[in-house]
Write a protein that binds this ligand. Structure first.
Ligand code: ATP
Ligand code: MG
Length: 251
C-alpha cells in the first residue's frame, strides 16, 4: 500500500500521470501511477519498450515534471519546488545513470565522474572514488574522453559518475545494457553492495531477468501502469512473470 507518511520511502508518487503532446498526438506515458520506493532496498523496474520505465525514473528523480499527481523524495514534495530548489535537491540527494549515458564529450572520464561534485563545489572522497573506479575497471581509462571509450566503458563511467558523490538515492536506466556478462555482473554486484553495505537506495530499469535477480523486488510496468510486483526475484521467476502478462521482450 502507498502510504505518503511512510518513513521507509526513499521516493514515492501518488496518481503520477505524465502525458506528452496534445490532441491526436497525445501519449500517456504514465497513467495515475502509485509507487513507493523503499529506502535501503534495490528495486528493479521492468516492462516492455515504451511502457514508461524511463519516464517514471525521470519523474521520480525530479528530472522531468508530472502532468498531474504528486512526487516525493524522502519527505520533500517535488511537485511544490521551484527550479533552483529542485536542482539543489537532485544534486545533493540523487544520482542518475542515463540510458544514453549523457557524458560530456570534451571532458575526460575522470572529469565526467567528478563533474556533479565539482559543480556543487564539493570534493569527491578520493578513497571512495578509487574504490568505485577500480570496481568498475576504469583505472586505465580515466584520462580518455568518451569518444575514445567503448560503449561498455562509457556506461561504466556513467555508473561511476552517479555513485561518486554517494547520493542516498541512485537511479540507473539499463546500466548493464551495453556490458558483456562479466562487466554487467560487476556493475550489478557493486549496486547490490552499495545497498547492503552503504544503505543506499537503488532503482534500476532492466530488460534482463538475470540482472533483475540482483534486486530485492521487481516492479512491472505495462502501458504506463504498474501491473505487478515480485519480491526476492529469481531470474526464472521474473521470466515466468513476464511471459505471464506480456511475453518476454528483449528490447
Ligand atoms: N519527449 C517525449 N515526447 C513524446 N513522447 C515521449 C517522450 N518521451 C517518451 N515518450 C513516449 O512515452 C512512452 C514511454 O516512454 P519511455 O521512454 O518511458 O519508455 P521505456 O519503458 O523507458 O522504453 P524503453 O525500454 O524502450 O527504454 C513511449 O510511448 C514514448 O514514445
Ligand atoms: Mg527507457
Amino acid at each position: 500500500m502507498v502510504d505518503a507518511a511512510d518513513g521507509r520511502a526513499a521516493a514515492r508518487a501518488l496518481g503520477l500521470t505524465k502525458a506528452y503532446g496534445q490532441g491526436d498526438t497525445r501519449v500517456v506515458a504514465l497513467d495515475a501511477v502509485d509507487v513507493v520506493i523503499e529506502r535501503g532496498r534495490f528495486t528493479a523496474i521492468m516492462g516492455p519498450s515504451g511502457s514508461g520505465k524511463s519516464t517514471l525514473m525521470h519523474c521520480l528523480a525530479g528530472l522531468d515534471t508530472a502532468t498531474s499527481g504528486q512526487i516525493w523524495i524522502g519527505d520533500t514534495e517535488l511537485t511544490g519546488l521551484g527550479d533552483r530548489q529542485l536542482t539543489r535537491l537532485r544534486r545533493d540527494r540523487v544520482g542518475f545513470v542515463f540510458q544514453a549515458f549523457n557524458l560530456l564529450p570534451t571532458l575526460t572520464a575522470e572529469e565526467n565522474i567528478t563533474l556533479p561534485a565539482d559543480i556543487a563545489g564539493r570534493r569527491t572522497d578520493p578513497a571512495w572514488l578509487r574504490q568505485v573506479v577500480e570496481t568498475l575497471g576504469l583505472g586505465d581509462r580515466l584520462r580518455h574522453r568518451p569518444h575514445e571509450l567503448s560503449g561498455g566503458q562509457q556506461q561504466r563511467v556513467a555508473v561511476a559518475r552517479a555513485l561518486a558523490a554517494r547520493p542516498e538515492l541512485i537511479f540507473a536506466d539499463e546500466p548493464t545494457g551495453n556490458l558483456d556478462s562479466r562487466a554487467g555482473a560487476e556493475v550489478l554486484g557493486f549496486l547490490r553492495r552499495s545497498v547492503d553495505e552503504l544503505a543506499q537506495t537503488v532503482v534500476m530499469v532492466t530488460h534482463d531477468p538475470a540482472a533483475a535477480s540482483y534486486a530485492d523486488l521487481v516492479l512491472f510496468l505495462a502501458d504506463g501502469r504498474l501491473v505487478d510486483r515480485l519480491d526476492q526475484p529469481t531470474a526464472d521467476a521474473v521470466l515466468a512473470r513476464m511471459s505471464g502478462f506480456d511475453g518476454p521482450r528483449t528490447s
